[in-house]
Unconditional design. Structure first.
Length: 384
């Protein structure tokens, strides 16, 4: 067993760390306050090659491994989780699914600009449309329909909580094509945002990750060419589940970054703030909090790395991804709450960053499968 990172992996981590400090930290409080989508920052992320990190260079990607992706996600999420969710969705949910299951034509047309994050000098990202007003955790209950009409499908329905919903150029949409077949009557489609009948709803006013671009999307008699279906007829639910298995590694790393970012702030503060005649780091009440945070962060990091390593080795990572996500997201919640506590009253105001990290942490227990859904996946695997 080897816990040593390679030189390339260290270089990726350091580049992400530097980018987060220089490009994301300035303005992060204001973007959160005003729910400003970090477009300029995402464009710079695209220029760094971080929007298609694991995509083969043949399709415009950076050809990196999943371990590098986890390292970059942690560093970006320490500073701005609104940026890292855009990065995670584009990398894990959109590019990975297209590269793994798309046709050569789909890859040339869509994957290449998505992996570069750019087309004709303009930001080009994707969104993953599975959740609906009445189908969240119960993802097989899709109400969105795609009716086969010869050389095209006619798509109708509403998708909810769509990350990158307004800023993206392409949606991967999961829809029911034959309700009598249950989960085997579901398909996935590539849908251009500029097609007639695609309507973007208002931006959600959220507790956390307020800069990220979350919208509902309505599809009203949208004509989707047959060649935009991903995989064989009826493959859509398996496509969604396989894609989400990798997505969960991305969100686990985001949670890891939110937790470790809050811990680093609490650690630094404990060395500066004095109470009862000495820096608060000398009080055991604070030392024990820091020790617990450090322990849980290390455990979460190892779980993320194991899942990433399994993916890089082409092993089944469904179980390890769910374990990493449930542990890291719950660690992030506990750690950020404690980081606010270490800061006392200062932790409750925006300038000290930890209250934002605490708000950002919550979503990692909800999206890409709630903690309860992860426990379904884990218990099914251990009881098999
Ligand atoms: N890989 C491959 N196939 C899988 C699979 C996997 N990991 N998991 C399930 N399947 C297959 C099953 O084998 C089954 O196929 P057959 O019918 O051929 O046997 C089919 O899919 C249906 O599976 P289940 O019977 O297990 O389905 P279920 O109704 O019991 O649901 C669930 C299982 C795990 C709860 C699933 O519905 C689920 O993961 N729900 C959560 C959905 C989710 O994560 N949503 C997040 C939205 S995306 C998002 O948040 C993006 C964003 O913008 C940030």
């Amino acid at each position: 067993m080897n816990f040593q990172l390679s030189e390339e992996q260290i270089a990726v981590r350091d580049a992400a760390r530097n980018f987060a400090k220089t490009e994301l930290l300035p303005g992060v409080i204001e973007r959160d306050e005003h729910q400003k989508f970090p477009k300029e920052q995402i464009i710079k992320l695209a220029e760094l090659g971080f929007l298609g990190m694991m995509v083969s260079p043949e399709y415009g990607g950076s050809g990196m491994d999943t371990v590098s992706y986890v390292l970059a996600m942690e560093e970006i999420s320490k500073i701005d989780a609104s940026v890292s969710v855009c990065m995670s969705v584009n990398n894990s949910l959109v590019c990975w699914g297209l590269e793994t299951f798309g046709t050569e034509e789909q890859k040339r047309k869509y994957l290449t600009p998505l992996a570069q994050g750019m087309k004709d000098g303009v930001l080009y990202t994707g969104a993953f449309c599975l959740s609906e007003p009445e189908a969240g955790s119960d993802a097989t209950s899709q109400r969105t329909t795609a009716i086969d009409n010869g050389d095209h499908y006619i798509l109708n329905g509403t998708k909810n909580w769509i990350t990158n919903g307004n800023s993206c150029s392409v949606y991967l949409v999961i829809a029911q094509t034959d309700v009598s077949k249950g989960s085997r009557g579901i398909n996935a489609f590539i849908v251009d945002k500029n097609l007639k009948g695609v309507v973007v709803g208002g931006k959600e006013n959220k507790l956390g990750i307020r800069g990220s671009d979350t919208h509902s999307i309505m599809f009203q008699d949208v004509i989707v060419p047959k060649e935009n279906r991903i995989g064989a007829d009826g493959f859509g639910f398996t496509f969604a589940m396989k894609t989400l298995a990798g997505g969960r590694i991305g969100i686990a790393s985001q949670a890891l970054g939110i937790g470790s970012g809050a811990y680093e702030l609490a650690l630094a503060y404990s060395k500066e703030r004095k109470a009862f005649g000495k820096e608060i780091m000398h009080h055991q009440a604070i030392q024990f909090k820091l020790a617990d945070m450090a322990t849980e962060i290390e455990a979460a990091r190892l779980l993320c790395m194991k899942a990433a390593w399994e993916k890089d080795q082409h092993l089944d990572y469904t179980l390890s991804g769910s374990i990493a996500k449930v542990f890291a997201s719950e660690m992030a919640m506990r750690t950020t709450i404690e980081a606010v506590q270490v800061h006392g009253g200062y932790g409750y105001v925006k300038e000290y960053h930890v209250e934002r990290l605490m708000r950002d942490a919550k979503i990692t227990q909800i999206y890409e499968g709630t903690s309860e859904v992860q426990r379904i996946v884990i218990s099914r695997a251990v009881l098999k």
